[in-house]
Design a protein around this ligand. Structure first.
Ligand code: DX5
Ligand code: ZN
Length: 214
């Protein structure tokens, strides 16, 4: 079944417990970490992650939009992440491998992320280690942007590699996912859909989560 990961970036941070209660039927809670360098925005850090960890029992899917993530992955694992993903563009191949190894050594799931301009082949060196691969369907940095349908061939390409070599690996898309775009993502082969504004902006959040499953 298709999994839904609401992005906490669109939640009301003034009362996390209350704003996260309606997303309890989702599969993961997606947590965007932005450092102001890898992307031109700053989101949240360790104290807020600790608050999120206390406010929900959903597995936390932590998306690091951070330069040289190898410096911080262990702290995110210790801070309550269940899944940690790092961008292939954020460091050398060697250091991305080191980051994935550190996450796995903590007993957490790991994966790599590709920005829109990065080709599917960029995930291949890391394929063996990945529990999940994330394809961005917007330029990372901000919620509420328009979905890039031209990323679907990349999703399909990675889906065929996964089916061939590692069927248990999850394939996630992030950015602009909404009722009008979820089916395209599912048809292209994604099995985890991140949605921020489409979930937290809905009048009936549980119904919206169900609708996004396609
Ligand atoms: C963008 C983030 C996304 C964002 C998605 O850089 O990685 O997770 O919160 O938000 P929507 O679903 O509103 O595009
Ligand atoms: Zn994200």
């Amino acid at each position: 079944m298709v999994k839904i990961a609401p992005s906490v970036l669109s939640a009301d941070f003034s009362n996390l417990k209350e704003s996260l209660a309606p997303v309890a039927s989702a599969d993961y809670l997606h947590v965007d970490i932005m450092d102001g360098l890898f992307v031109p925005n700053i989101s949240l850090g360790f104290p807020v992650l600790a608050g999120i960890r206390k406010a929900t029992s959903l597995p936390l899917d932590v998306h690091l939009m951070v330069e040289r993530p190898v410096r911080y992955v262990e702290r995110f694992c210790d801070g309550g992440a269940d899944i940690v993903t790092v961008h292939v563009e954020a460091d050398t191949e060697e250091n991305i491998h080191a980051a994935l190894d550190k996450i796995r050594a903590k007993g957490k799931k790991c994966g790599v992320v590709v920005k829109p301009k990065t080709p599917a082949e960029a995930v291949l060196p890391f394929f063996d280690k990945c529990d999940i691969i994330l394809v961005m369907t917007v330029e990372p940095g901000f919620g509420g942007q328009s979905f890039m349908a031209d990323m679907m061939p990349k999703v399909s390409q990675i889906r065929s590699r996964i089916d061939q070599w590692k069927p248990q690996c999850e394939l996630e898309v992030d950015g602009g996912v909404a009722p009008g775009t979820c089916k395209t993502c599912i048809d292209a082969g994604a099995n985890v859909l991140v949605a921020g504004s489409a979930v937290f902006g809905a009048a009936d959040i549980p119904a919206r989560i169900a609708a996004l499953r396609g």
